[in-house]
Design a protein around this ligand. Sequence first.
Ligand code: BG6
Length: 489
Amino acid sequence: MKDKHTYKPCDLIIYGALGDLSRRKLLISLYRLEHAGLIEPETRIIGIDRHEHSQEDFIAIARQNLQEFSSETIEAAVWTRFSARLSYLKIDLTQLDQYQALRTVTDGTSRVMINYFAVSPFLFKNICQGLAKSGVLTSESRMVMEKPIGHDLESCKEINDVVACVFSEEQVFRIDHYLGKETVLNLLALRFANSIFTTNWNHNTIDHIQITVAEEVGIEGRWDYFDQTGQLRDMLQNHLLQILTFIAMEPPADLEAHSIRNEKIKVLKALRPITTENVDDKTVRGQYTSGFIKGQQVPGYLEEEGANLQSRTETFVAIRVDIDNWRWAGVPFYLRTGKRLMGKRTEIVVYFKQLPHNIFKDSFKELPPNKLIIHLQPNEGVEIEMLNKIPGIEEQIKLQKTKLDLSFSDTFKKNRIFGGYEKLVLEAMRGNPTLFLSREEIEQAWTWVDSIQDAWRHYNVSPKDYHAGTWGPIASVALLARDNRGWEE
Ligand code: BG6
């Protein structure tokens, strides 16, 4: 089938062009897309912010960003092409009359207008009203937003309602940058293009699945934001649940956005609620104290700049998730994520069931299960852990654990692996909603997470300490040990 999403010339308008998100992520991603020759030649990038700047200033800031926040070498020819697309407009986003200025840049063009809201959600209402008032929107216009899309179901709904007054659901592109990651997308290929997995992907063959998103970094100067959010809402509500839906969903009928989204929503709806009844058995909260990462001493969460010593916010969370449907009955999913852990590592480990009988007792008293390990980052790739006979004629059959190892960087040497943002910005420009979250999906995820948050609040328990540079609190080991299992280390 021919791809119906095409690259049309766009006006990509970045609200909050001088803010953190734009400077650290967006502009750099756009430069990389330029470098790869992927931006439509007529496309323009218009930065909007409230400070007085000329076009030249903005171009200089964009260049300085690249030098400061990216390892990219700036190539003269690429930069000339890229900078020619950039322009700047001063608008105070709280002043609805000022949005008229957009008319001067967008009027009379047939470019698709993409409104990228790279600002705090409290400005969304103003921007939507300002855009509506200025009359620049068409049915082809799009809006892009990303987390935090609320801090619970209610606030998420409020944001969605505000946006829905001006943009229809088809025009809204909600970003979770994990969905742009090459390896997350590869989960679709792995599961639905390889019969060895499609036929074995259920409770008959799989014992349990672990999803780890471990970070080395701490709070990175965002203490206030993070302290009101916590790791559950900052990482698990979005990135880990997204990975979970890709791992657990039923085969979609095709790759169309609505087909994939519907299957993901079904998974979210089947998540067994965690409530005051079971929260103690199913979840672990942790907070890091000082420790060592790669030989360097790092401060604890409560010693970070701006910290409130009374804070009980979690920087680590581990959860046993049960999915109440036919495919996954009796197969727990263990999710964990934390800041200041031993290393940066995002991976999925699928543990297959043990065989019913062992004829190799000389090698292993108990046969270790096969494992499928999917490395999402870094060192993207897939490994299968299996047992093999050690070659030799002297002895009886002796087994050893070995790995089938598919490293993406070795196998696809010529293909550059882009970051999530590049892919998502490109897809927003193509108008392909497949990798973006629908309203129903995100609200369903909040419904499940709110119940955990409420249960924690009910018991008002402090998070467990763990030293920076470890794999989290001991209680996280106990979470699996209770089920006779252990985390993949
Ligand atoms: C963001 C979180 O969404 O994802 C950050 O707000 C986190 O706290 C980051 O550090 C992790 O992203 P990545 O791509 O580095 O795994």
